[in-house]
Design a protein around this ligand. Structure first.
Ligand SMILES: Cc1ncc(COP(=O)(O)O)c(C=O)c1O
Length: 376
């Protein structure tokens, strides 16, 4: 099966281990196991629970404890609506593999996580792109979506909150998309891995799984739960979809690791404390980034409403990859070029990591931009 290279992953693999100031990272600063235990009100003695854990394959679809904890993130999902996967990346891959066949019509927003258009394309689906435009605050144009859908549209793939723009569709906006999807009977897949990081309120937007009988939510513990090392995600959706996914999943997953399942359950059971930390980090750090953007004459943006990333527009006639490679070589600061996500002319910055690294990285980037303005 032919498939395009995954632009962002190729970029990360090439440079991530050599940078001094990683502003390409999209996770809220990752937790150590000790920090996780502390946030959960436990200490090292809780590790004793692991000693008697017999290393079988564990519960095939994910433990009941974990699936119940996942349900706590939704209004109306029950254990049978949840299946545990190898990260959100595994959840997305399984949904596309299960629901999309050659010749099917699929609509995907762009920019988004590349899986959502490159996997259906590789399957031989007819993929229509719904561009997220600067002038619309990177939100989908719903009239354009209405024009793109067809009576036979099989699946609409959105990403909320959006990577790389940080744009956020609220409940009313999502409800309008649901109406459009319902009109043609399409599945609505929403990659919700950044859900829980909104800048306003309690940080938690509605999920399509709770809004639509054919709505499917994919998510995981990497970003807002700061536990990417667990490689743990899930699908929340109609029971029929969970069953159909399980047929494919038996061929490529069997189960996730029991230790990963254990720590993920612990984190989700203590989600209030972990998400409070996430809100504090994302809100403090975005304020730092906003101050920097406001005073730099070469950078413009649509300020993110959620997630951990922002798309920056830069005022130089230079390909984004060249910009990022020079920035990295001259300053040690790593961003992600828009070209890696089919958004030439932009740079993606991840701002939810260590605030000292963010401040120093921005200072270095500011000096680099000043040199470029001076013709350097
Ligand atoms: C929108 C989106 N979906 C999925 C993933 C993959 O997440 P996970 O680590 O849970 O597999 C990422 C990671 O960058 C992402 O940004």
């Amino acid at each position: 099966m032919k498939i395009r290279e995954f632009g962002v992953e190729v970029w990360m693999n090439e440079f991530e281990n050599d940078c001094a100031y990683n502003l390409a990272e999209t996770c809220v600063e990752s937790l150590t196991i000790a920090e996780l235990l502390a946030l959960c009100g436990a200490d090292e003695t809780a590790l004793g629970d692991l000693l008697s854990m017999k290393m079988t394959y564990g519960a095939i679809e994910g433990s009941d404890r974990l699936r119940d904890a996942v349900c706590g993130l939704y209004d109306s999902q029950k254990r049978e609506n949840i299946v545990i996967t190898h990260g959100t990346i595994g959840a997305n891959a399984l949904i596309h593999q299960t629901l999309v066949s050659r010749g099917d019509h699929v609509v995907s927003v762009l920019p988004t996580y590349q899986q959502h258009y490159s996997i259906p394309e590789s399957i031989g689906a007819d993929v229509s792109i719904l561009p997220l435009r600067w002038e619309n605050g990177f939100l989908p144009d719903l009239d354009e979506l209405k024009r793109l859908i067809r009576p036979d549209t099989r699946l609409i793939a959105i990403n909320n909150p959006n990577n790389p723009t940080g744009a956020l569709m609220d409940r009313d906006f999502l409800t309008q998309i649901v109406e459009i999807a319902r009109g043609c009977g399409a599945w609505l897949l929403c990659d919700e891995v950044y859900r829980g990081s909104d800048q306003a309120g309690d940080g938690m937007t509605a999920s399509v799984a709770d809004l639509y009988e054919k709505g499917i939510s994919t998510a995981g513990v990497s970003k807002v739960f700061s536990l990417a090392g667990l490689r743990l995600g899930w699908i929340a959706g109609p029971v029929d979809v969970i069953h159909a996914v399980s047929v494919h999943r038996d061929y490529n997953t069997i189960s996730v690791g029991m230790i990963d399942d254990h720590f993920a359950a612990m984190a989700l059971e203590n989600r209030d404390r972990i998400l409070a930390r996430t809100r504090a980090i994302t809100r403090d750090n975005l304020a730092v980034l906003a101050d920097w953007v406001a005073q730099d004459p070469s950078i413009d943006w649509i300020k993110p409403q959620s997630a951990t990333v922002a798309l920056l527009k830069y005022d130089f006639d230079m390909p984004s990859r060249e910009f990022c490679v020079r920035l990295l070589q001259e300053t040690g600061v790593m961003l992600t070029p828009g070209s890696a996500m089919d958004m030439e002319g932009y740079l993606r910055i991840g701002y939810a990591n260590n605030i000292a690294v963010l401040r120093e990285g921005l200072a270095r980037m500011g000096a680099f931009l000043a040199r470029l303005r001076a013709g350097g």
